[in-house]
Write a protein that binds this ligand. Structure first.
Ligand SMILES: Cc1cc2nc3c(=O)[nH]c(=O)nc-3n(C[C@H](O)[C@H](O)[C@H](O)COP(=O)(O)O)c2cc1C
Length: 252
């Protein structure tokens, strides 16, 4: 039988300046942790062999935006569910990374736009540190796309345009939810929804001043295609100071 296990996590300090210039807190943030639980799931035998057609340098579009569009259309026509769902990573003022899914609403050569609450955790992170990363996990195609860049708020006019295109209930939802804040019950949320429904029963629902879009302006893309024997194809596009994109193959 497994004896009681005690995992001692190291208390450590990080005092290096990260390359981005963000100083990480010197506070030790791991405390000794005692648990009686043993590992419940062993997933080490779960493996899929990727036999997809490869990605080669000659297939790549010189523009990462065009390459993204090509792959996005393929993800769409392959019938993937919500191919516009992307993981957004942000980093707090204290250097704590966090991730969540958001929906890409549109993109062009200026960047990738999603909408959210400007008081949410992600928004607070972005206000402190605009460096973000996106991930499109198109696993059924044995593909992923990684994007890194800077997030900036879109104009109020741009947010308004998108807000007006949303179903009325989603517009009300934006008013109701104080996103990322603790709430006491779902009932309270529903009561607020009904209250807002009454308040805005006539005419257009206005754009809340705490809600809108962010545009992620990329400086790096990576297109990843799974291949056999874990020898995957990876191509990175890196923005150069003259505005061109340097394309390099990366080791898998
Ligand atoms: C498929 C999917 C799509 C989502 N799309 C959005 C979105 O476009 N905007 C948004 O604010 N939250 C979206 N969410 C909810 C977020 O994942 C997250 O719970 C919320 O934004 C609060 O995140 P935060 O507390 O880190 O700010 C989505 C969740 C899922 C699962």
């Amino acid at each position: 039988m497994d004896a009681e296990k005690i995992f001692i996590m190291p208390a450590f300090e990080v005092d290096t300046e990260l390359r981005s210039g963000w100083a990480v807190s010197r506070r030790p943030f791991y405390k000794p942790h005692k648990t009686t639980q043993t590992m419940a799931l062993d997933l080490s035998k779960m493996r899929e062999e990727y036999t997809s057609e490869g990605l080669s340098r000659k297939d790549l579009h010189p523009s990462p935006f065009m390459q993204f569009e090509k792959w996005f259309r393929q993800a769409e026509s392959a019938g993937l569910r919500e191919p516009n769902a992307m993981t957004l990573a942000t980093v707090s003022a204290e250097g704590q990374p966090s991730v969540r899914t958001v929906l890409l609403k549109y993109f062009d050569e200026r960047g990738f736009v999603f909408f959210t609450n400007y008081h949410s955790r992600k928004a607070r992170d972005i206000a402190a540190n605009p460096r973000v990363a996106l991930l499109f996990p198109w696993l059924d195609l044995h593909r992923q796309v990684r994007i890194e860049g800077l997030a900036e708020k879109v104009s109020t006019v741009e947010s308004m345009k998108y807000f007006m295109s949303r179903p009325r209930e989603s517009q009300l939802g934006a008013w109701v939810s104080n996103q990322s804040s603790p709430i006491t019950s779902r009932q309270l949320l529903m009561m607020k929804f009904e209250e807002m429904k009454r308040k805005f029963s006539k005419g257009q629902i206005p754009l809340p001043d705490f809600w809108g879009g962010y545009r992620v302006v990329p400086h790096t893309f990576e297109f990843w295609q799974g291949r056999e024997n874990r020898l995957h194809d990876r191509f990175e596009y890196r923005l150069q100071t003259d505005g061109s994109w340097l394309i390099q193959r990366l080791a898998p």
